[in-house]
Design a protein around this ligand. Structure first.
Ligand code: UDP
Length: 418
């Protein structure tokens, strides 16, 4: 299945105002050296979650730079996505009971997708474990030809795999070893593998609906629409309703803060096709929120980028109380909007939040509540953290930086780097 085209046209020239002409020219020069080469990106959902968020902006930008790039999305039944969500949690270190039947179902869907997709590009980038088995296309010239160009295959892992479940890891490792290279989001995620490992930071797009500047009027109307009081302070966590995002912990932290000071809590999140646990987690969160009129649970549809943007801009403090996290683009988005962010010191979050410099790190419910209370009582500190955070994102986590890394990797793999 081909992913939907993104909203709005994207051009590399639009980024001159953000990163300067020299950087943009350098990217065009790198792209010229890849002229005629083709790229394919494959993941498991076109909407929802950080990977889709990245590809939705990166793929058009690559095409605009002159490197022909296609984005395909694999398909699967509920049984497949339940298994891959189990793998996802297990790779993040959660307990998991590995059954051969799960591995069988996983293999069967890989075969189904192999039959549906063609691989004729020069570079294939497979994102996360769900489509990892597509590497078999490389070995099956009759059925799904690797193409005449001897493609390079890269596995882009967006998960914190520093302490993976051993059985799930060893099952997936057999596929991983067949790639030319693996890309990870943090130096802490490197693994002993016989393939090259590259560090790429995930990225946000300052021009996307999620991050573009907004009129105050639109922000005010969005708050009104959701019944949020614009005159009182707002704590916000934006996340899929996923246990690893710890929405229940956020509610506990909010309740601790509320003992001392007035504020409202907004938990905003939608689902993703490859995450079947959302409904159940949302029900648990609803129960924990009870009848507190100051807790706003917003179950948003996938086309809510502008609304999420408005909520992030309206927030007094942004929270990301994840128990595990690959990177946490919601943190990046908050920092870009110059917001003080209080987030857990897990996965890729400490790369974004340098404690007391670009935000506040916490390790528990109590720690989160403590940092939130501190920032609510010290608005000048909160403002400074937000400003530093914005600069940190501009320097490291914009889509243009991600594009440059990919161009350089493709050049290096094709031996055309000199
Ligand atoms: N997001 C969204 N709608 C939601 C929840 C999340 O658009 O209801 C976006 C969020 O703004 C961010 C991405 O999905 O861009 C989540 O990425 P992150 O890396 O934080 O977490 P993931 O969901 O990939 O684990």
């Amino acid at each position: 299945m081909s992913a939907p085209p993104p909203t709005g046209l994207i051009s590399l020239g639009d980024y001159v105002s953000v990163i300067g002409r020299a950087e943009v020219d350098e990217m065009r020069a790198l792209a010229r050296r890849l002229e005629g080469r083709t790229i394919k990106m494959v993941n498991s959902t076109a909407m929802g979650g950080g990977v889709a968020e990245i590809l939705n902006r990166l793929v058009p930008l690559m095409n605009d730079a002159g490197v022909s790039t296609r984005w395909d999305v694999i398909t699967g039944g509920d049984d497949f996505f339940e298994i891959t969500k189990g793998f996802h949690n297990a790779l993040h270190g959660a307990p998991y009971e590995a059954h051969e039947q799960a591995f069988e179902i996983f293999r069967a869907y890989q075969q189904q997708n192999l039959a549906n997709l063609r691989f004729e590009e020069d570079f294939v980038v497979i994102h996360d474990p769900q489509p990892i088995g597509l590497i078999e296309a490389r070995q099956k010239p009759g059925k799904a030809p690797a193409g005449p160009r001897n493609a390079h295959w890269i596995w882009r892992c967006h998960i914190d795999v520093s302490r993976p479940h051993p059985q799930v890891w060893s099952f997936l490792e057999k596929y991983m070893k067949r790639y030319d290279a693996m890309i990870i989001s943090s130096p802490a995620f490197t693994r002993p593998l016989p393939i090259a490992q590259y560090l790429f930071y995930p990225s946000i797009d300052p021009h996307s609906q999620k991050n573009q500047d907004l009129d105050e009027d639109f922000i005010a109307k969005t708050l009104e629409r959701f019944g949020i009081d614009s005159n009182r302070r707002i704590l916000l966590q934006v996340s899929r309703f996923d246990r690893l995002k710890d929405p229940l912990g956020v509610i506990q932290a909010y309740k601790l803060v509320r003992k001392y000071t007035d504020c409202q809590l907004v938990l905003a999140g939608g689902g993703a096709k490859d995450d079947p646990e959302g409904g159940q987690v949302l029900a648990e969160v609803r129960e924990a929120a009870g009848d507190d009129p100051d807790i706003h649970l917003l179950a948003l549809p996938p086309w809510s980028a502008l609304e999420i943007n408005a909520l992030q801009r309206a927030a007094t403090i942004i929270i990301q109380k994840s128990l595990q996290e690959g990177f946490g683009l919601t943190v990046t988005e908050g920092l870009w909007k110059k917001k003080p962010v209080v987030a857990s010191a897990v996965g890729g979050i400490p790369l974004q939040i340098q404690h007391k410099l670009t935000g506040m790190l916490a390790h528990s419910v109590e720690g989160t509540a403590f940092q939130v209370r501190y920032l609510l009582s010290n608005p000048q500190v909160a403002q400074r953290l937000g400003e530093n955070g914005h600069e940190h994102v501009k320097e490291n986590f914009l889509v243009t930086r991600n594009l440059k890394r990919y161009l350089m990797l493709f050049l290096s793999l094709s031996g055309a780097a000199q």
